[in-house]
Structure formats: C-alpha cells, structure tokens
Design a protein around this ligand. Structure first.
Ligand code: GDP
Ligand code: MG
Length: 700
C-alpha cells in the first residue's frame, strides 16, 4: 500500500518517517527542511511511505504545496496520514479539512502528545474522531509512543463517514457539481471549482459555472472566502468541542523568547553567538588541533615515502603519492577538527530552536531588502554547504525572492571556504585569527545586504511575500540526532577530499611536475602550471599587488571545489607540513612568499565571493531555471568578488605601508556612492509593492 505523510511544517513528519522506515532523513525544526519528498518502506510491513514537504493547505500557493498536491493526484496514495501538531491543533486542521475532501483514506495522527500534559491541553480523541469522521491517534514520534496502533490502522477499512464541513447550500452545490464531473476526488475538485482554483477551473463549463454563480448570489463575498470562513468556523467549533486548554500558559519558550527576541538585546546576542561559533571553530579549537593533525599527516607522508623508496618505487611515483596525493588530500583533512566544531555549533543552534528565532529577528530587515526572514534559513544552511543552502530557497514562495536568495547564498562562508580563511587568517593575523575570520563573516553579511538592496531595486521586483508566523518551542537537542548530523556532514566533507580533491591534486601535481616538453622534475617556475598561471596572473594583480601564478591557479581551482585552493597551495609549495601555520606554504622560495596581510585578506575576500564550486553552480542553475541566468549570476558574483578584493587590497596595502590618504578615501567613497545611486535610480522598477504582511506601515 502507498502511504503519504502530509502535515504542516514542523509537525514531526520526518521524525515519524525516520522511525517508521529506519532511515535518516534530515530533521529540522524550522519550515522548509524537507524539500523533496522521500520514500521508504515501513519496517515490518510492505507499505511504501512518502514524507512530503510541510504544507498548510492544498491550494498551490507555494512549491511545497504544489509538490504535495501533485503527489496526491498523480501518485494516488491509498492512505494519507495527516500529522497534526497536537499542541496547535487549530492551525493544522485547515489542511485536515481539505484532506477529508479527498477520496483516499485519511488517518489523523496527533503528534507531540508528550507535550500535551505539560502545556495543560486535553484532547478528547473520540469526540474528535466523530467531529472529523476519520480515525484519530495520539502519538509521539519523538518518544515513539502510540505508533504501533497507527500503523495497524493503515490496513483496516475506512468505515467512518466524513463530516460535512459547509452549510447546506454549499453542500448541495458540491453534490450537484460532483455529479457532473468524473474521476477521483470529486468532492475535493467540486470545492476547488467553487473556489475557481485555476488548476481545475474551466470557464467553458457552463453547467458548473451556473451552479457556482447561483450559489454566489447568496453571499456578499466571493466563494473562495466563504468556503475558507466556513472551514475556520468548522475548525473553531471542533476545537471547542474536543480540546480543553488551561488559560494563559506562559511556557518556558515564552520566557526564553523574552530574552532572545528582546528588542534591545536580541541582535547583540546573535552577534555574540555567531562570533563565538567562529571563534571556537577557527580560533580556539582550530589552532589547538590542526597542528596535531597536520603533524601526523606529515609523519604519515614521510613514512609512506620511505616505504615506497625501500620498495624500489621510482622518484616520480614517490612524489606523486607524497607531494601530490597525501599533501593535497592531507591539507584538506587537516581542517576536519575545526569543521566538527563548526557543524556541532550549527547543529546545536538548529536543534535548540534558536535558529528559528534568528530567522524571525532578521525578518523585518530582510523584508526591506526584498527577501524575508525565510531567506535567512538558506543562508544559515549555506554556512555548512552552499548546495543545500541554495536548494533550501525552495521554501520561499515568491519567485523573485527565491532567485535572489539563491544567488546570494554562496556569499556566506561555507565549510569548504573555512580552510582558506583558516590558513590565511592563522598565518597573517596570528594572534587575531579568530577576529579576522569573524570579520569575514560579517563582511559577507554586509555584502549580502548591499547586494540584496541593489538587486531588489534593479534586477528583481521588490516584493516580499512570505513571513514567519510561528516559532517552534525551544528544545533540548537530542544527542543522537546532533551526533548523526555532525557525522554525516563531516563524512560528506571527507568523501569530497577522497574524490574531487584527490583527482584535482593528482592533476595539479602532474601540471606542476612536468614542463610542456613533458620533462619530469623541472624547476617549478618552468612547469606547465606555472606557465599557465603566469599567462593569466595579471587578472589578480590588482588584489595581490604582484603577478603571483601560484595564487592565480589556486584561486581558479576554487571553481571546482573551494577546499582545493588550500590543497593546491600545499601541493605547489611542495609540502603538507604545518599547513595551518602556513609557515612553509608562505616560506621564502615558494610562489606565495610575496603575499602580505593586505593581499592575504584580499585573496580571502576574492575566494569568499567569487563563483562557488561546481556543485553550487549546478544547484544555482536548477533553481534559476536556465544556464543563461546561472552564467549571469556567476558573472555577478565573480565581478563582485574581484571588485571587493581589489578595494580591500588597495586600501589595505596603503594602511600597511602607512600611505593611506584619508581625504582621497573619503572623496572616492562619496563618488562611488553617488555613482551607485545613479545606477540604482536608472534601473529602479516601478513602485515598491508588498503582499499583506504584519510588518510594514503601508499594509496596516
Ligand atoms: P517536519 O517538518 O514535519 O518533517 O518535522 P520534523 O520531523 O523535522 O520535526 C520538527 C521538530 O519537532 C524536531 O525538532 C523534532 O525533534 C520535533 N518533534 C517531532 N516529533 C515530536 C514529538 O512527538 N514530540 C516532541 N516533543 N517533539 C517532536
Ligand atoms: Mg521534514
């Protein structure tokens, strides 16, 4: 049998799905984490179950609703398990009323039953069953209670008659229309026809149109509104009958929100939290562990080299393994301890529910930039990896908002950029490496805000549609889940080191060890890589203050994978040792010797903002819908990166040698702002408009 899990976001669908199937789909407590549907088999049965994205209705207002609705109509599940958050039943029942109109069997699972007592909520299941006309079960997906009965019910026959939700006149019209249409889900489609839902409505069908017009003449407003109102009335009535609540319960979450969402301190808390995350992973733990890993990697390289030599391997094979593969892959693996801390921090922020508060916090600001707080979620996911971050933009209903977010997500430092930041910040800003890393994070935020401001006034319409209307409760994170989450992410990172980085390292070693005449062991300056790098190094001159072929070819490889930048530098410098300290990568005699603090920061900036890796570029193409738009986006990102890096170097190098002329800087800045304003005003599209939302004054 085919079973579908349908419910609001955060109702616990994925938790239940994982428990039922023994799979490990990603669980999150904010909207949009489940974007694509996942299918598995319920353990101990033959039922196929699908975890659908969270939705609030079956009207196709967002991509998720569209996916779910298509699933119901095209894949024809036999049973729908409607997961309802038992602690907020009235919010979920709107969807339930729509599901009840479908022909398939619907079972309601009141999830989070474990929280009911604490909240002082009592639900009369029998009464609810009668009110809805479907089977209802109290379960806890997290505490794994009540689920066996629910699974048993899948096999049993649906013997309850569904309750009628609407007044007599509407019910009669539904019946009349049902007689005139064929196929499945007649009641559902009849309601949609009354609502004039564009997917079903056909203005040529005169008979149905007459029924609708006839019915409409009984009401002042359009039928869609009448039907919605009737649904809400039904829900209110049902709730009154079946649910008893203690008044005005101030929950623990409410108390915490008084602090974390406080008007004055919420934002400083966020800054401190984010600073701590980066300080911990890059600064403290990073410098403590990375040396150790790098030393061992180096010892390992030496050991392998010795053994290869003893076994009679020729010099170039030895070099390929030690200087190519071990140096390249090892350079990336050296950052694993830092990533564990970074992923751990992010996972904790997610699972405790604080991340959702951050999203809400930014909602107002983001809305002014043509995005919504929902856009923040892709950004935060993107700090792990841009690919899921970009895919996460699908939770945003408005297309312009969604596309703009997917272009800006790669600007946030992802985990693969961390090795670059860590290497350069660690070496050039030794004692202040944590500060330098965190400063890049905030630099990224500023660039995103400015870019969003410009894009929403030029390329995209300034429309904000979605807003965050609910917050999950704070939760003590589950150790099992956090451990699994961190493990999965670290494993994915290591896998990349073992695949993409491995291959790239071999290619780089080859280009570095041979000249175009195919001679092995030539001076590094005569290698193929150096020749190629020297041809294009002028592009990077303005941000490095020198023609540096090593940095040039490394930055270009960042296109394949950002981790590869550091790997490539390690291979070019011929060493994996002390990568964190950078003392050998940047030593005299290597191509990187001339890099200064200013050019180091500029180089980090370039790598941070330039086109992301191939994986993320692919994700961008999928979300933007065409190669042309993807190329435009990549061009936009890389141009931004080049300009910013150049500005950083030009200012930084003048600070470095003490020739900064404040008057010049101010004059140039003023001119730049004026030019920017002129450009924006030229491109500005019509009047700003926005859909109804609880924030901006014009809507009130
Ligand atoms: P989905 O959006 O519907 O897929 O919801 P998830 O499965 O991702 O769960 C959202 C959040 O609710 C997660 O933090 C879960 O740990 C939590 N959760 C799920 N089921 C329960 C439950 O039965 N009780 C409690 N207390 N929390 C739950
Ligand atoms: Mg989910």
């Amino acid at each position: 049998m085919k079973v579908a899990l349908v419910g609001n976001q955060n109702s616990g669908k994925t938790t239940l799905f994982n428990y039922l199937t023994g799979m490990n789909a990603k669980i999150g407590n904010w909207p949009g984490v489940t974007i694509e549907k996942k299918t598995g088999i319920i353990k101990g049965t033959k039922h196929e179950i699908t975890d659908l994205p969270g939705i609030y209705s079956l009207s196709p207002y967002s991509i998720e609703e569209d996916i779910s609705r298509k699933f119901v109509f095209d894949e024809k599940p036999d049973v729908i398990i409607n997961i309802v958050d038992a602690t907020a039943i009235e919010r979920s029942l709107y969807l339930t009323t729509q599901l009840m109109e479908l022909d398939c069997k619907v079972i309601v699972a009141l999830n989070m039953a474990d929280l009911l007592e604490k909240r002082g909520i009592i639900i009369d299941v029998k009464k609810l069953e009668n009110a809805l006309g479907t089977k209802v079960f109290k379960i806890s997906a997290l505490k794994e209670t009540g689920i066996d009965e629910l699974v048993k019910e899948i096999d049993s026959k649906d013997d309850l008659t569904r309750t009628k939700t609407y007044d007599e006149k509407i019910e009669k019209a539904i019946l009349d229309i049902s007689k005139k249409i064929s196929g499945e889900h007649k009641r559902f489609i009849a309601v949609k026809l009354l609502e004039m839902d564009s997917r079903f409505y056909d203005k040529n069908s005169k008979e149905i149109d007459d029924i609708r017009k006839n019915l409409e003449s009984n009401y002042d407003t359009d039928l869609e509104e009448v039907i919605a109102t009737e649904r809400y009335d039904f829900i209110e009535k049902t709730k009154k009958e079946c649910v008893a609540e203690k008044e005005n319960q101030v929950t623990f979450s409410d108390k915490l929100d008084k602090v974390f969402l406080n008007k004055w301190i919420a934002f400083p808390i966020f800054v401190i939290v984010m600073f701590l995350v980066y300080y911990l992973s890059v600064g403290v733990v990073g410098s403590a562990t990375v040396d150790w890993v790098a030393d061992n990697m180096d010892a390992f390289g030496g050991w392998v080299g010795e053994n290869l030599e003893n076994a009679g391997a020729s010099e170039w094979v030895n070099s390929l393994v030690v200087d190519g593969i071990i140096a390249g892959v090892g350079a990336v693996l050296g950052f694993v301890p830092q990533l564990i801390i970074l992923f751990l921090c992010i996972s904790l922020l997610e699972t405790t529910g604080y991340m959702s508060r951050i999203a809400l916090l930014f909602d107002k600001i983001f809305r002014r930039l043509g995005m919504s707080g929902k856009s923040l979620i892709p950004f935060i996911v993107g700090s792990g990896c841009s690919v899921p971050g970009i895919m996460g933009t699908r939770i945003i209903e408005n297309q312009d908002e969604r596309e703009m977010t997917s272009i800006l997500v790669p600007f946030i430092p992802c985990s693969a950029k961390l090795p670059i930041i860590s290497l350069f910040a660690g070496y050039f800003f030794a004692d202040n490496s944590g500060l330098a890393s965190a400063s890049l994070y905030f630099f990224a935020i500023i660039v995103i805000i400015v870019s969003a401001f410009i894009l929403s006034r030029t390329r995209f319409k300034h429309v904000s549609s979605s807003y965050i209307s609910e917050l999950p409760d704070y939760k003590v994170p589950s150790v099992k889940y956090v451990a699994k989450d961190v493990f999965d992410k670290v494993l994915a990172f290591i896998k990349r080191a073992g695949s993409v980085i491995l291959i790239c390292s071999i290619v780089i070693w080859f280009l570095l060890s041979f000249s175009f005449k195919m001679e092995y062991g030539v001076d590094i300056e005569d290698s193929m890589l150096a020749s190629i790098g020297k041809k294009v190094s002028w592009v990077f001159y303005p941000m490095l203050g020198q023609n540096n072929w090593g940095a040039t070819v490394s930055a270009i490889q960042g296109l394949v994978a950002k981790e590869q930048v550091v790997s490539s530098m390690a291979v070019i410098a011929g060493l994996a040792e002390d990568v964190e300290e950078g003392s050998q990568i940047f030593a005299e005699g290597t191509p990187f010797a001339g890099i200064t603090a200013a050019s180091a920061y500029a180089f980090m900036v370039f790598n941070l903002f330039s086109a992301p890796c191939f994986g993320a570029i692919g994700a961008m193409q999928r979300e933007l819908g065409s190669t042309k738009r993807m190329l435009k986006a990549v061009l936009f990102q890389t141009t931004c990166a080049w300009i910013l890096a150049t500005i950083v170097y030009q200012i930084g190098s003048r600070i470095e040698n003490g020739t900064l002329n404040l008057a010049n800087v101010i004059v140039i800045a003023v001119i730049a702002i004026v030019v920017l304003c002129i450009i924006i005003s030229k491109f500005k599209k019509g009047k700003d408009g926005c859909a109804s939302c609880p924030y901006c004054d014009s809507c009130k």
